[in-house]
Each structure stands twice: as structure tokens, then as C-alpha cells.
Design a protein around this ligand. Structure first.
Ligand code: 5GP
Length: 118
């Protein structure tokens, strides 16, 4: 799959070109609230490096960064959902992926079946 030349919507959030409700930021990872939440708590955890379109690419190229993403998701879930949560990576348009800059969905705080996806 070819990478787009234009920055992803998440790169624009990272660069503060568009606003977001940012809940965590480190040198390598950012997390913010999803604009269209599917659960009372719906966070997106995103590596700042825009080179990876999906979790498989990230796992193959940088397992350490993937581990950091998962650890960040857990830390935020402890803070926002009491530590029980659903962690989702969509991969591919037909699976519901709309932003091709890898990101984890952290869902919690009262899940319903709708929280599984669209
Ligand atoms: P995907 O469908 O690629 O797995 O997830 C992309 C997510 O990004 C969707 O849940 C969508 O609501 C969210 N999203 C899309 N654009 C924006 C935006 O501009 N700001 C925020 N905070 N979330 C966004």
C-alpha cells in the first residue's frame, strides 16, 4: 500500500494544526479523545512517527514502540476507565480503518456491543 504524501489528520493534531482534547503526550506517543466516541471513554493512542499505517507495520518495524503504545493505553485506562477496557486496532478500510496513521482505540467506562465498531 502506498503512503499518502499529505499529513494524516493525526499528524495535524500532533503539530497543533487542528485542535484535539489531548490527555497524554510524550516524546514518542500522543493520546486524545476520539471526536466521535463509541463509549463513555474513547481515547486514541498514536505514535508521533507517521511512518506506520497500521499495527502490523508497526509491530514489524518497531516492536518497542508498539509496546510503548500498549503500555500508554493501559496507563490511560487505569486513569480513565478503572483499568478495564477494550483495545482495538482497525487494519484496512474494509475493517473500518479510516485514518492510515496507526492508532489504538481505548474504549471503556460502560461498553455496549456498539463499541465494537461501526
Ligand atoms: P479508524 O476508523 O481509522 O480505526 O479510527 C479513526 C478514528 O479517528 C475514528 O474513531 C474517528 O472518530 C477519529 N477521528 C477522525 N478525525 C478526527 C479528528 O479530527 N479528531 C479526533 N479527535 N478524532 C478524529
Amino acid at each position: 500500500m502506498s503512503k499518502s504524501d499529505s499529513p494524516s489528520i493525526f499528524s495535524m493534531i500532533i503539530d497543533r494544526k487542528i485542535p484535539a482534547d489531548i490527555v497524554f503526550e510524550s516524546d514518542s506517543v500522543i493520546a486524545f479523545r476520539d471526536i466521535n466516541p463509541k463509549a463513555p471513554v474513547h481515547l486514541l493512542v498514536v505514535p508521533k512517527n507517521p511512518d506506520f499505517q497500521n499495527v502490523s507495520e508497526l509491530a514489524a518495524a518497531s516492536p518497542e514502540l508498539l509496546a510503548e503504545l500498549v503500555a500508554t493505553a493501559k496507563k490511560l485506562a487505569d486513569e480513565y476507565t478503572g483499568g478495564e477496557y477494550r483495545l482495538i486496532f482497525n487494519e484496512g478500510a474494509s475493517a473500518g480503518q479510516t485514518v492510515f496513521h496507526v492508532h489504538a482505540h481505548v474504549l471503556g467506562g460502560g461498553l455496549t456491543e456498539d463499541s465494537l465498531g461501526d
